[in-house]
Design a protein around this ligand. Structure first.
Ligand code: ZN
Length: 94
């Protein structure tokens, strides 16, 4: 079958999310409060591209092409003081 799709400039062959249990708990239920100033945190979705590297899942993903993995990560920014925290930092607490 001929493929006439436009080539995507940022092609990823796989993607994954990675939450540790604490991070998932914070993500779903935690109060998104800035540890510095107590202001409200705003969620930002970002990702990094991993090359030939699938975190936390050596076995599950061994049969798919992981040459370019889109790895989603979340961070939170504070409008009050401008601090940015990763989900991991917030989940681990003070
Ligand atoms: Zn703040």
């Amino acid at each position: 079958m001929a493929t006439s799709k436009h080539p995507k400039p940022d092609k990823h062959t796989a993607f994954c999310y990675s939450f540790k249990p604490r991070e998932l708990k914070y993500f779903l239920f935690g109060k998104k409060i800035c540890p510095n100033c107590g202001g409200a945190l705003k969620k930002c979705k970002g990702y990094v591209t991993l090359n030939d590297e699938m975190p936390h899942s050596r076995d599950d993903c061994s049969r798919i092409d992981t040459s370019s993995v889109k790895y989603y990560r979340y961070s939170y920014s504070c409008a009050g003081c401008g601090s940015v925290f990763t989900l991991e930092e917030l989940a681990e607490g003070k």
